[in-house]
Design a protein around this ligand. Structure first.
Ligand code: PMP
Length: 408
């Protein structure tokens, strides 16, 4: 029987714990490379100018109210989000075999997909979901909560600090037929390592051959390379290949709407004469799940994103804002790498510029991570992941010297 006293203490969330430790630190040169949120060159949060414009426009609208959104969310938002991720000319959109529901950011989209698959995905007996090793830590909790068995495929090579492509392929190849394969669409978290287009094609072939189900998590479209099409390439390729798949889409990073929780879940069925009916049945079940979980999604962030996505002038301005963020990060990668090379820091550092997106896996060991926190007040997660957005022209020198010191 339930006994309240027997509920064990849960560990603190490592990332949010790190944030708290950083905030408490009174050292003036402290550096936060932990949390994955964009910072400008002054280490401050950045409200995208285009988001500010959309926000002003909404606040000036005398008709704005605070009514509930529909269960599936704001229709102008979900249809624009669908075009953004699948492409305006997507065969899935033309053939009406995609459905989209607004979610509580990317986390909510991953959850809704996991819940749906736990209930309806019965392709083989007790088929597992496969994550990259490592992956975003929350994947484990979300899928464990809905009771799906979890497995991993190799992803990161400690030796090359790049993709362990052979390991990844052979594990996906030998996985139980019909497994769910979770893939990061771009800017893999935590490693910053993405497959090349040729490698994606090979991955797609294996997934097709083994009748696996691809589940894309896309948290960084446009934020990674600065190019919305480029960052959505893998998803669009799989759709063109006729896969049945789903996508969890976050607008936290690319709009800087972290706390507004704007996201979308998309399900795409494969082409076929009954695809339209199939997708409407799937949409009906997703709506029931959504209703029981959150009733309906939060409105304001979706309104901001929708205002930008549906206005050609604002959309063009958004693309510039994306270039500002991704460009600054790419520059910081170059600066950190060249400073480490100038210092003659032991090891090779080209992985810093080869990796992409918010994060870089430095290769620092847990011991070095703790030492750099202790000695230099530079905060990063224990696995040696740094958030590139925490670097700026004022601290990159300091961080490079601190890294140099701990690896010697
Ligand atoms: N998936 C991955 C891989 C992520 O990195 C993130 C952001 N940390 C998310 C999903 C979802 O984040 P959010 O719920 O803030 O959109």
């Amino acid at each position: 029987s339930f006994s309240a006293e027997k509920v064990p203490q849960a560990p603190e969330d490592p990332l949010f714990g790190l944030m708290a430790a950083y905030r408490k630190d009174t050292f003036d040169k402290k550096v936060d490379l932990g949390i994955g949120a964009y910072r400008d060159n002054n280490a401050k949060p950045w409200v995208l100018p285009v988001v500010k414009k959309a926000d002003d426009r909404l606040r000036d609208d005398p008709n704005l109210n605070h009514e509930y959104l529909p269960i599936a969310g704001l229709a102008e938002f979900t249809s624009a989000a669908q075009k953004l991720i699948l492409g305006v000319d997507s065969p899935a959109i033309k053939e009406k075999r995609a459905c989209s529901l607004q979610t509580i950011s990317g986390t909510g989209a991953v959850h809704l997909g996991a819940l749906f698959l736990a209930k309806f995905y019965t392709r083989s007996q007790n088929q597992p979901v496969y994550f990259s090793n490592p992956t975003w830590a929350n994947h484990n909790q979300i899928f464990a909560n809905v009771g799906l068995p979890i497995q991993t495929y190799p992803y990161f090579s400690a030796k090359t600090k790049g993709l362990d492509f052979e390991g990844m392929k052979s594990t996906i190849q030998s996985a139980t037929e019909g497994s769910i394969i979770l893939l990061h669409a771009c800017a893999h978290n935590p490693t910053g390592v993405d497959p090349t287009r040729e490698q994606w094609k090979e991955i797609a072939n294996i997934i097709r051959e083994k009748k696996h189900f691809p589940f894309f998590d896309c948290a960084y479209q446009g934020f990674a390379s600065g190019d919305l099409e480029n960052d959505a390439w893998a998803i669009r390729y799989f759709v063109e290949q006729g896969f049945e798949l789903c996508v969890a889409q976050s607008f936290a990073k690319n709009f800087g709407l972290y706390g507004e929780r704007a996201g979308c879940f998309h399900f795409v069925t494969s082409p076929g004469s009954d695809a339209g009916n199939t997708i409407s049945r799937i949409a009906s079940q997703l709506a029931i799940l959504q209703r029981s979980e959150i009733s309906n999604p939060p409105a304001y962030g979706a309104r901001i994103a929708s205002t930008v996505l549906n206005d050609p002038a604002l959309f063009a301005e958004w693309k510039e804002n994306l270039k500002t963020m991704s460009g600054r990060i790419i520059q910081m990668r170059k600066d950190l790498k060249s400073k480490l090379e100038e210092l003659g820091t032991p090891g090779t550092w080209n992985h810093i510029t080869d990796q992409i997106g918010m994060f870089s896996f430095t290769g620092l060991t847990e011991k070095q991570v703790l030492k750099i926190r202790e000695d230099a007040h530079v905060y990063m997660t224990k696995n040696g992941r740094i958030s590139m957005a925490g670097l700026n022209t004022n601290n990159v020198d300091y961080v490079a010297k601190a890294i140099d010191k701990v690896v010697r």
